[in-house]
Design a protein around this ligand. Structure first.
Ligand code: R5P
Length: 295
């Protein structure tokens, strides 16, 4: 292990230079992967834009029925055509989502805590690879708690899932967790995202922050940005826009879509930013028109 004392603090991320090992494939860091995993990554990242709108509704795995997700069976038919990827638990997918859709699936495979715990950082891998294949998962989502009490077990979970998923050409999505006492700085996100990518994840989900372009530059796989707690719609669109401008390849958004008064319109507005290069103003006008309000 490298000696940590006296490390040079300044780093040059060359954030203005494109990733240099892209080959002819549209997903960062995937040029040297096999056909099957490239196909699955193409179910997630649109080959035309390179980007994705992921809809995260896996909250129930530790939060129960959060506001907006009380009736997944009623919500999903309204939303499914407006997003590219469903990020969910196998229980939610099997019970509440008809299988006759053509969207990517990011299957949540770690669990083990609930809102009743003070420390949420202790999870296990709860889904067998056979069941992930049965669910036709394109990516397996693993929560990672860098710097928390459960860091070791979460990194072990990530490594186990990468090992198993690699055998079958399934991608792994590492999700950076932010607990109430954990930093939300570029320094923290650079550390967490890079660890996750170096352990073999093909996609990293993290939060938008200052110097986000440097977080992206230092991470050799695509970053998708988490929505986080519900913001006013215009602010959420600003965050989506800033994320894409900073180099994110998509949004993986939950509450800012399903807790919006019009989830489908919000998902469409996000998609305009992600795939159609809309500005915040254009996306806000689009959303306002769709819901019949003055922008
Ligand atoms: C992360 O902890 C989980 O994947 C969440 O359930 C989900 O990603 C959160 O989405 P959002 O913060 O956008 O509501």
């Amino acid at each position: 292990m490298a000696d940590l004392d006296g490390n040079k603090a300044e780093k040059d991320y060359h954030a203005d230079k494109p990733f240099a090992v892209s080959g002819n494939f549209h997903v960062k860091g995937a040029a040297n992967l096999d056909w099957g995993v490239k196909k699955r990554l193409s179910n997630i990242f649109n080959p035309r834009t390179g980007n994705t709108v992921m809809f995260a509704f896996d909250h129930g795995y530790f939060m129960g029925s959060v506001s907006g997700l009380e009736r997944l069976d009623l919500l999903m038919p309204k939303l499914i055509d407006h997003v590219d990827v469903l990020m969910a638990t196998r229980g939610a997918l099997r019970t509440c989502v008809r299988p006759n859709f053509r969207k990517g699936i990011a299957l949540r495979v770690t669990s083990g805590s609930s809102m009743l715990n003070d420390d949420l950082s202790h999870e296990v891998v709860a889904v067998d690879m056979e069941d992930a294949i049965r669910m036709d998962a394109d990516a397996l989502a693993v929560q990672v708690f860098v710097g928390a009490d459960g860091q070791l077990s979460s990194l072990e979970n990530l490594s186990k899932v990468v090992n198993a998923a690699n055998r079958y050409g399934i991608a792994t999505l590492g999700v950076v967790a932010v607990g109430k006492d954990m930093e939300r700085t570029d320094k923290y996100f650079k550390l967490a995202t890079r660890i996750i990518a170096e352990l073999g994840a093909n996609i990293v989900k993290t939060y938008y922050c200052e110097k986000f372009d440097e977080v992206v530059a230092a991470c050799p796989v695509p970053i998708v940005v988490a929505g986080g707690k519900k913001l006013p719609e215009k602010q959420a669109l600003e965050m989506a826009y800033n994320s894409i401008q900073g180099g994110a390849r998509g949004l993986d958004m939950g509450r800012n879509i399903f807790q919006s008064p019009n989830p489908a319109a919000m998902a469409d507005a996000i998609a305009k930013i992600v795939h159609r290069k809309f500005t915040v103003k254009e996306a806000w006008e689009f959303y306002s028109d769709a819901v019949g309000q003055k922008s």
